[in-house]
Design a protein around this ligand. Structure first.
Ligand code: ATP
Ligand code: MG
Length: 245
């Protein structure tokens, strides 16, 4: 459902950084793919290119058959993207925000869909509050509801549970598992290893824009000689750092 080949992105200010360096991977329908990596590894840059918010310098990314540069509109129609910097309009209430996005995405009954999502994500108690007055976790719930308003087959989530309390994070993880069971493809980044361990069918570890490992958890355990994802992660990143030094 997602096929990435040779994806590369350089930034030129203040100095040249190859944020994403010849990255290739595949994510299947009905599976959860986790993108891990230290701060600055290139996770957000990769996800932003897949969400058509940033143009790649090289390489291709095809989502549900649509290539990001050739058919960005097609890509946007098949993905729900949740970023760490939530693009909510401060002056709209939570409910208005969701209804507005439902209209933008051409959902047939935007109000009904909005009511459904308000209920699904427990937004009811603050549905009437302006987005610029919501707490971090409340904003995140609205962002997630907004992202899935058109029922997309692909979810791209950048640190979706950061800032969420334990209860909310847990119900969000259940939502992701349900999405997978419905046959959706989920690609997400996280720093929370237990979350990736619980959810992921496949994990890629990114370091300085390059993929160090991309495999199932059992295969990563085998390759690293460690049981827990936290140790596996440290193993790969530390080995790469030692080689760079
Ligand atoms: N707009 C930009 N202009 C210049 N450099 C950028 C820009 N966006 C990202 N970078 C650089 O690209 C690299 C990768 O950043 P990115 O945000 O993709 O990392 P990340 O893996 O998401 O990190 P984190 O875990 O901290 O969120 C970093 O060196 C960052 O400074
Ligand atoms: Mg990031």
């Amino acid at each position: 459902m997602i096929e990435v080949r040779g994806l590369t992105k350089r930034f030129h200010s203040p100095r040249v950084v190859t944020a994403v360096d010849d990255v290739s991977f595949r994510c299947e329908a009905g599976a959860i793919f986790g993108l891990l990596g230290p701060n600055g590894a290139g996770k957000t840059t990769t996800l932003r290119m897949l969400a058509t918010l940033l143009a790649p310098d090289e390489g291709t990314a095809t989502l549900s058959g649509c290539e990001v540069r050739q058919d960005p509109t097609g890509v946007r129609g098949s993905i729900g993207y949740v970023s760490t910097t939530t693009g909510l309009y401060g002056r709209l209430t939570a409910r208005e925000m969701i209804t507005y996005f439902a209209r933008l995405q051409g959902v047939t009954e935007p109000r009904r869909r909005s009511d459904e999502l308000v209920e699904r994500f427990g937004i009811g108690p603050f549905a009437h509050v302006r987005c610029d007055r919501l707490s971090t976790g409340m904003r995140q719930k609205v962002s997630i509801a907004r992202a899935v308003v058109h029922d997309p087959p692909i979810l791209i989530l950048d640190e979706p549970t950061s800032g969420l309390d334990v209860m909310v994070a847990r119900s969000f993880l259940e939502f992701v598992e349900q999405a997978r069971d419905e046959g959706r493809c989920v690609l997400f980044s996280t720093h929370i290893m237990s979350e990736a361990e619980r959810l992921c069918d496949r994990v890629a570890i990114l370091h300085q824009g390059r993929i160090l490992a991309d495999d199932t958890l059992p295969a990563l355990r085998e390759a690293s000689g460690h049981r827990y994802l936290e140790d596996i992660f440290v193993h790969f990143v530390q080995t790469a750092r030692d080689e760079d030094a």
